[in-house]
Design a binder for this molecule. Structure first.
Ligand SMILES: NC(=O)c1ccc[n+]([C@@H]2O[C@H](COP(=O)([O-])OP(=O)(O)OC[C@H]3O[C@@H](n4cnc5c(N)ncnc54)[C@H](OP(=O)(O)O)[C@@H]3O)[C@@H](O)[C@H]2O)c1
Length: 188
């Protein structure tokens, strides 16, 4: 599968590495081209890289590995390019204020991915997953699973059943056991 990563930071890079090792075509992107170069280097040149707009065109699945509060910016910059795409949302409602991590209040009555779905638009086929592990833990656990060791659970949630079904092989190929958590209203 062609997987695009928008945001080649702490989470995006290990995730892209796991997908690449799992046999998928990976395209890294970031606002900072230096991050893209580092990310493609981390896959030993297996992955491609470019701008977020190029990534959105490339990906059958697009992972938005940017900060929770950056989703509106990315949505505006990509200007409809995510329409109809399967988008993986690993974002937790955490932001940085004066160098400290703070929990952001999700608008009342919504779960975090329900809010991100609202930000991205109803035509985006959002699947929430890969938000429950620290990046180093994610890479270590996924690598063990990919090498035939015991597999950690990876929950996923979504309201689009076909999109969820498409993401399951990505989770499995990344070395995890995919666990259906239900709809976005039930998401963590
Ligand atoms: N790190 C974790 O432990 C963890 C665990 C689970 C889930 N998550 C979630 O994963 C997401 C990414 O977290 P992270 O820790 O990987 O953050 P990060 O290290 O800051 O990576 C995010 C990357 O996105 C880039 N970026 C910012 N604006 C962009 C834009 N408009 N277009 C393209 N790229 C842009 C950032 O560049 P700049 O730095 O230049 O802004 C940065 O390189 C967050 O939503 C977080 O909640 C993180």
């Amino acid at each position: 599968m062609r997987v695009a990563i928008v945001g080649s930071g702490r989470l995006g890079v290990p995730l892209g590495r796991l997908f690449s090792t799992g046999g998928h075509e990976v395209f890294f992107s970031d606002a900072d081209p230096a991050r893209v170069a580092a990310a493609t280097g981390a896959t030993g040149g297996e992955a491609r890289g470019g701008t977020p707009a190029e990534a959105a065109r490339f990906g059958e699945v697009v992972v938005l590995a940017v900060g929770w509060e950056t989703f509106p910016t990315v949505a505006a910059e990509l200007d409809g390019a995510l329409s109809g795409k399967i988008v993986v949302d690993p974002s937790n409602p955490i932001a940085e204020r004066d160098g400290l991590s703070v929990v952001v209040a999700v608008p009342s009555g919504l779960t975090s991915p329900q809010y991100q779905q609202h930000v991205l638009g109803a035509e985006v086929r959002l699947v929430r997953t890969f938000n429950t592990k620290w990046p180093k833990e994610l890479l270590a656990l996924g690598t063990v699973g990919q090498r035939g060791g015991s597999r950690a659970d990876m929950p996923y949630w979504g309201d689009d059943e076909a999109a969820k079904k498409a993401v399951v092989p990505l989770i499995e190929d990344a070395g995890f056991t995919a666990i259906d958590g239900g709809g976005l209203s039930e998401a963590r």
